[in-house]
Write a protein that binds this ligand. Structure first.
Ligand code: G4P
Length: 525
């Protein structure tokens, strides 16, 4: 068994973030192709599962809506490294689930459809990444189709997200007439050729400048002109500002035809920071070679209808995870035997025997584990919890058939634990008609679908007029409850939330009755 420090050095743990349809699934599949995890043909994963892709889309709602709700983890070797790709849910609106996945990643790859640029609903996700200072790589996808100009896209990324793109590869040929890329680090031009359906690696040819000028003509000239402009503003790869999340190395390609995919994967190995010591709640680093520790960033039930169990995913932060070892669950102080540890690849599960810093492991039936929990061996540690966002949407949920109340109750508490939605209860009404709260309304659809399909509890949602929430205490709660346009409900962790219909009303209250406890629900730390 080699040391956790050596193993961490060759690990790259990252997530892809994108708007649905930008090409995340296609790119993931092509990574697997280039990583050799698919054999020689990119289509083989699809064929095996009969689905659109093996890497996601395994729930019915995902298929209907063409979104992916759940995250899976892919691990594959590439260039003597071990790449861990965390799949993020591809919601149209912002989902906290994605944010939690980012807490377990060392970098993110932002995939943009070159014809669409930054789509409004995804902006928040990119902003969150920027706010966390997470290193961000950018891939302009679908360059094989007519789209915006690369310079235009650079402007858009900079003005909308506030990170500065530093192009590493530059296209020869406008979008729609894609021939190859020039690597700005060494000036080398790589020309690509198409293969049938992009099922095998795209043949690459290194072409020198004279030949390129002759053969590519105007496309070459245009690229040279643009490169001149980029050099003039000195927008070149800069590791320090990239690692601080200020600049984003940018790559151009086409996941469908495999053009530029290798360059991006190489950059992931070269640029995604290797796992490093994680700081605990006291700001002390847990060094990589300290005894084992990990933190839970995702809990997911019923991933496989045949099993109907519950998996808590954690990232290894220090030491070596050795399946079967007994870890301590920091929150309860209880021991937990890790006999059932697995990775999840689409619908397939594989047992994990050993895992190192940066790796993701799923523990089956770790029922006490919640998002943000720490587990450790030998020396206690507790990592900071993953901050949650202030909900902006509130709906009352009721079971349609009272005979299914037991299933309904079980379902909502499960969804609450997974962090799909927050469940807010009035102490006098309890589970009869709780209020669901979420950052984006699509979470409600997910909740309704899962309650019906997994728990057999058809439900109805009714909108509320609440628009925002503040944390309060028992003392203020009585005064608040007596007011119009305010309600106070409890979260399952015991926190009391005051819900307001109008921000103006809240502002007035804050001004006129400063003695009331009304704390903001802090977003990211
Ligand atoms: P997502 O996971 O981000 O939602 O996107 P996905 O990979 O499913 O891609 C969405 C659509 O865009 C797919 O087409 C896919 O083939 C296409 N696509 C992905 N990358 C590229 C690219 O580089 N160039 C072009 N031209 N298209 C690309 P679809 O018609 O919706 O599905 P399918 O029938 O191809 O599976």
């Amino acid at each position: 068994m080699s040391s956790p420090v050596e193993q961490a050095r060759v690990r790259r743990t990252f997530a892809i973030i994108s708007h649905p349809d930008a090409g995340k699934t296609t790119l993931t599949e092509k990574f697997l192709l280039y990583g050799g995890a698919l054999g020689k043909e990119a289509g083989s994963v699809k064929a095996r599962t009969g689905g659109r892709s093996a890497t996601s889309d395994w729930m019915a709602l995902e298929q209907q809506r063409g979104i992916s709700i759940t995250s899976t983890v892919l691990q594959f070797p590439y260039r003597d490294h071990v790449v861990n790709l965390l799949d993020t849910p591809g919601h149209r609106d912002f989902s906290e689930d994605t944010y939690r996945v980012l807490a377990a990643a060392d970098a993110a790859v932002m995939v943009l459809d070159a014809a669409k640029g930054i789509e409004p609903q995804t902006l928040k996700l990119f902003e969150v990444c920027r706010d966390r200072g997470l290193p961000l790589l950018t891939f302009l996808n679908k360059w094989d189709r007519p789209g915006l100009g690369a310079l235009e896209l650079i402007d858009e990324i900079e003005s909308e997200i506030g990170v500065i793109p530093t192009p590493v590869t530059w296209p020869v040929g406008q979008s729609g007439d894609f021939r190859g890329v020039i690597d700005r680090r060494d000036g080398v031009y790589t020309r690509f050729a198409r293969t049938a359906r992009g099922a095998t690696e795209a043949p690459e040819e290194i072409i020198d400048a004279d030949q390129a000028e002759r053969e590519e003509g105007e496309a070459w000239e245009a690229a040279q002109e643009e490169l001149g402009l980029l050099d003039a503003v000195n927008s070149s790869l800069d590791i320090e500002t990239y690692e601080a999340g200020i600049t984003t190395p940018m790559f151009v390609g086409s996941a469908l035809t495999n053009f530029g995919v290798r360059k991006l994967l190489d950059a992931i190995v070269d640029l995604v920071p290797a796992p490093s010591a994680r700081v605990d709640v006291d700001e002390e680093p847990r060094e990589l070679d300290d005894p084992f520790s990990g933190f839970v960033f995702k809990v997911q039930a019923n991933m496989d209808p045949a099993h109907r169990d519950r998996i808590a995913f954690f990232r290894v932060c220090s030491g070596v995870f050795d399946r079967g070892m007994v870890v301590t669950h920091a929150t309860t102080g209880k021991p937990f035997n890790t006999k059932y540890a697995s990775t999840v690849f689409g619908q397939d599960r594989e047992t994990v025997d050993l895992a190192y810093p940066g790796d993701i492991v799923g523990l089956v039936n770790a029922t006490d584990f919640r998002i943000g929990d720490t587990i450790w061996m030998d020396e206690p540690v507790e990592f900071a919890r993953i901050p949650s966002f202030a909900p902006e949407h509130f709906s009352v949920i009721r079971v349609r058939d009272t005979g299914r109340f037991k299933q309904f109750r079980k379902g909502i508490s499960q969804l609450d634990e997974e962090g799909v939605v927050q469940v807010l209860r009035d102490p006098h009404i309890g589970d009869q008609a709780p209020v669901l709260a979420a950052v984006g309304p699509m979470q409600f659809e997910v909740a309704v679908h899962r309650l019906e399909n997994e728990f057999g509890a058809p439900v109805e949602l009714s909108p509320t007029s609440y628009r925002l929430a503040r944390i309060t205490d028992a003392e203020s709660a009585d005064a608040l409850r007596a007011m119009q346009g305010v309600d106070v409900l409890g979260r399952s962790d015991g926190t009391l939330l005051a819900l307001f219909e109008s921000p103006y009303w809240l502002e007035r209250l804050e001004r006129d009755q400063p003695e009331l406890t009304l704390e903001r629900i802090v977003a990211e730390g």
